[in-house]
Ligand binder design. Structure first.
Ligand SMILES: Cc1cc2nc3c(=O)[nH]c(=O)nc-3n(C[C@H](O)[C@H](O)[C@H](O)COP(=O)(O)OP(=O)(O)OC[C@H]3O[C@@H](n4cnc5c(N)ncnc54)[C@H](O)[C@@H]3O)c2cc1C
Length: 337
């Protein structure tokens, strides 16, 4: 097998596949390496905001669209209607959807089930071989090996959840700063199941306390379920953005820390950043301005978060004002859904 490639994309998550889509049938010889045998599955609730322009999930029968959502702040329940829906999709389905778009691309070599274990400035070493590159794209998620090679620090937030095999029709966000800090408990329906989870920062909740809050919530809202029979899923999310281009190495998605610390939303950012970097590689022209544009949402949301953190015992009240404002299309557009 050929061992030299113009571009090596490390990781076939939303970011890596979105980048690959831009390189499809181009003059670049591309290698995509994924450590898992199956593309897609990942610890994630699968909520994708309608603001991404890279994959059209309205075309997938596997994605559920939610324009209406329920927001609970403490005991108060509000309805929220977004101008563009949030799609919820199982990550295996999203992976398959994206991979389908890459079929019949003659310039691609796709390697699955091979983990990258070593990186140097022109080579990568996997569990099975060594490949060299002109350009390396680190799309290998929150625990990115490429990011570590670049010696960039990370800032992690966390999510833990259960999957429950029953149909639910409402997408629910629960906020209660006294109990969850600046995070939230979510209920995201998927086809034939629902994920119920907690998003949090260690500054406010330890992993054990977050789990205890989640259990408390489950006891109240899913009392018919025996929690001890369920598998708990959990993973970190890197939210520290420190740049996307480092000489011949790019970082995209969670590897670059594009995810919003406020919401933990990273799929949309992964898709957008992957697509932008793919176009930058093909056109040979810097797309820094486009990267700055997607970062605007992250920055605005994180500014709001910093402000929430300063509100102390008034934090829930502040959230009521925030969600009242979010009813307007103008504010939704400004803050990003
Ligand atoms: C509990 C939880 C819930 C979440 N819910 C949501 C949500 O509802 N909506 C949302 O927008 N975001 C959510 N996120 C965040 C979202 O999962 C990420 O932002 C998104 O997956 C980032 O995509 P990515 O392509 O950058 O990385 P990933 O999806 O992590 O993909 C990285 C890929 O690289 C591969 N890889 C990693 N290391 C190697 C290696 N050494 N060699 C070869 N391959 C490798 C991995 O197997 C993987 O396929 C959630 C995260 C967590 C932890």
């Amino acid at each position: 097998m050929e061992t030299h490639f113009d571009v090596i994309i490390l990781g076939a998550g939303p970011a890596g596949l979105a980048c690959a889509k831009e390189l499809k049938n181009s003059h670049k010889k591309v290698l995509i390496i994924e450590k898992n045998e199956i593309i897609g599955p990942k610890i994630c609730a699968g909520g994708v905001t309608g603001q991404n322009s890279v994959v059209d999930l309205s075309k997938s029968s596997r994605a559920l669209a939610f324009q209406k959502q329920v927001v609970k702040i403490g005991k108060i329940r509000r309805k929220l209607v977004l101008s563009s829906p949030i799609y919820i999709m199982n990550r295996k389905d999203l992976g398959e959807f994206q991979k389908k778009e890459l079929e019949q691309s003659e310039n691609f070599t796709f390697i699955k089930g091979e983990k990258v274990i070593e990186i140097s400035d022109r080579n990568i070493e996997t569990t099975k071989g060594v490949y060299n590159y002109d350009i390396l794209v680190g799309a290998d998620g929150s625990n990115s090996r490429v990011r570590r090679y670049l010696k960039l620090k990370s800032l992690m937030s966390y999510g833990q959840y259960y999957e429950i095999e029953e149909k639910r029709s409402e997408l629910i966000w629960n906020f209660d700063c006294k109990n969850y800090g600046v995070g939230y408990i979510w209920e995201f329906p998927q086809i034939n199941k629902v994920t119920v989870g907690i998003y949090y920062e260690l500054e406010y909740l330890s992993h054990e306390k977050a789990r205890a809050q989640l259990h408390e919530y489950m006891k109240k809202n899913y009392s018919h379920i025996d929690i001890s029979s369920l598998k708990l899923y959990g993973a970190p999310i890197n939210c520290e953005y420190l740049g996307y281009k480092f000489k011949q190495i790019y970082l995209i998605g969670d590897a670059a820390g594009f995810t919003s610390l406020t919401t933990g939303e990273g799929i949309g950012y992964a898709l957008e950043s992957g697509s932008i970097v793919g176009r930058e590689i093909i056109e040979g022209v810097s797309k820094k301005n486009e990267i700055e544009k997607i970062l605007e949402f992250k920055k605005r949301q994180e500014k709001g978060l910093a402000s929430l953190k300063r509100k102390g015992k008034w934090a829930n009240f502040y959230l009521h004002i925030f969600f009242a404002l979010l009813k307007t299309k103008k504010f939704q557009k400004y803050i990003g859904s």
